[in-house]
Design a protein around this ligand. Structure first.
Ligand code: PLP
Length: 438
């Protein structure tokens, strides 16, 4: 039941409406966000991808798996994805099975953080090109990044090199370590747009010093969506005897990923973005050879047992097990559709919205090299203030985008968007510009 109908039902019963719900309803009514319409019902079954050789009809069918109201255009999967019915149903099943408290083994409880959870680690490891003992299931990329920054053996004066486009969840763990223990954070600049892999590698090469111990960069940056040349960076680092770590928050489910092929020491991600896993699904990859150089950040039993390998980092006490049912279902769904097909769709939609924005005079911050871009297009549209546009689009058109100050628009194009959704955004953008010129 949506909030509006819930409130109507509650007030019809004469029950008091809790204050925070009342103010939420009032603020959204004031803001003029259009009504959500009826709750979408779960469709009877998943479409068979083989039965849909044409793209748009297939994705239109897939769109029905999502609870996002049909009159909403959601262009901000980059912040967080939406979990479709197969994922939600798996979470519900997880609760139904575990909350009965009738596990066959009296020592078995629905708690997470004391066990291997290989039935969830194995499909994830296979999906991302790693092995079970290299993967710890954690809550998100921020947590995984914090385990690296906090736990890696380093001395005061040792340097970490990162880009100027890191997310706070990647940069701040290192700033904390720097303030507390004297590690030094150095940055190189990624051009906007980045034109080639060589240009990025040269900037990294110019910025390393004899004190650089680790290169920590986003595989896909939050700022512009640029896809960094991960395997070349890892190779470069290895050749210099430097560790490499990638914040791949956006990568899992957006595009093909094989961590072993990248050859890095650390990899982190948030599959609740592009894999549409439940919120609070994250993982940390650590190459076996460096695992013993990383201290635990959270400790319960097991923290000092290196033979547990990466599992040591998921020993953090009771947590939310049914999320893992959802994560596994998200992997199954992605495999059902085919990640290649999903990636092609992400690229096609991002390229379309990007080209249309450039036609409208937007400055491109998206790489002209297809290898350095995927499902996020970023443009700069001065003098438009992005927050004014963002609010207007949501309040009057039910279109959700995100950007950065003052005039950057970051447009994420998840597979369930239809071309007509993008055309609706473009028409709204044109209308906003006409209105503001007038
Ligand atoms: C590159 C990058 N790293 C980390 C994060 C933080 O993700 P989470 O909140 O899932 O930890 C984001 C979120 O947008 C991101 O873009």
């Amino acid at each position: 039941m949506d909030r509006r109908r819930f409130l109507a039902a509650v007030s019809a019963t004469g029950m008091a409406i809790p204050l925070e719900l009342r103010s939420l309803a009032q603020s959204s009514a004031k803001a003029g966000v259009p009504s959500a319409g009826p709750d979408p019902a779960p469709p009877a079954k998943l479409p068979d991808p083989a039965a849909f050789p044409n793209e748009d009809p297939f994705w239109a069918e897939m769109r029905k798996q999502f609870l996002i109201p049909s009159d909403e255009v959601y262009l901000n999967n980059g912040t967080v994805g939406s979990s479709p019915w197969p994922v939600l149903n798996a979470v519900f099943d997880g609760y139904k099975q575990t909350e009965r408290m009738d596990q066959p083994n009296p020592e078995d409880y629905p708690i997470w953080g004391y066990d291997s959870w290989n039935e969830f680690r194995d499909p994830l490891a296979e999906f991302v090109g790693a092995s079970r003992d290299e993967i710890a299931l954690v809550r998100n990329a921020t947590e995984a990044n914090s385990y690296i920054a906090n736990g890696l053996e380093m001395k005061a004066g040792d340097e970490v090199l990162m880009s100027d486009q890191e997310h706070p969840g990647g940069e701040q763990p290192w700033n904390l370590r720097a303030k507390r223990y004297g590690v030094v954070v150095k940055k190189f600049q990624i051009p906007k747009p980045a034109k080639s892999a060589a240009e990025i590698l040269n900037r990294i090469s110019d910025a390393i010093t004899p004190r650089t111990r680790i290169i920590f960069v986003s595989h896909i940056s939050t700022d512009t969506g640029v896809v960094l040349p991960a395997s070349e960076i890892a190779q470069f680092a290895r050749d210099k005897g430097i560790l490499s770590a990638f914040d791949g928050a956006h990568v899992t489910g957006m595009m093909r990923l094989n961590i072993h092929e990248i050859g890095c020491d650390f990899y982190t991600s948030s599959p609740h973005k592009w894999l549409m896993a439940p919120k609070g699904s994250g993982y940390l990859y650590i190459r076996p050879e460096v695992q013993e150089r990383v201290w635990n950040t959270l400790a319960t039993h097991g923290w000092d047992e290196p033979q547990l390998k990466a599992q040591r980092f998921e020993m953090f006490g009771s947590s939310n097990v049914p999320n893992l049912w959802g994560l596994r279902a998200a992997i199954n769904l992605c495999n059902h559709i085919g990640l290649d097909r999903i990636e092609r769709r992400h690229r096609a939609m991002a390229d379309y919205i990007h080209a249309e924005m450039v036609k409208r005079g937007a400055e491109s911050w998206t790489s002209p090299d297809p290898a350095l871009r995927c499902g996020i297009a970023t443009v700069n549209v001065p003098p438009i203030k992005r927050m004014d546009l963002e609010n207007w689009l949501w309040q009057t058109k039910k279109i959700r985008i995100r950007g950065g100050e003052p005039s950057k628009l970051r447009l994420s194009t998840p597979y369930y968007l239809l071309k007509s959704d993008i055309d609706r955004f473009l028409a709204a953008f044109d209308e906003y510009r006409r209105m503001n010129r007038a």
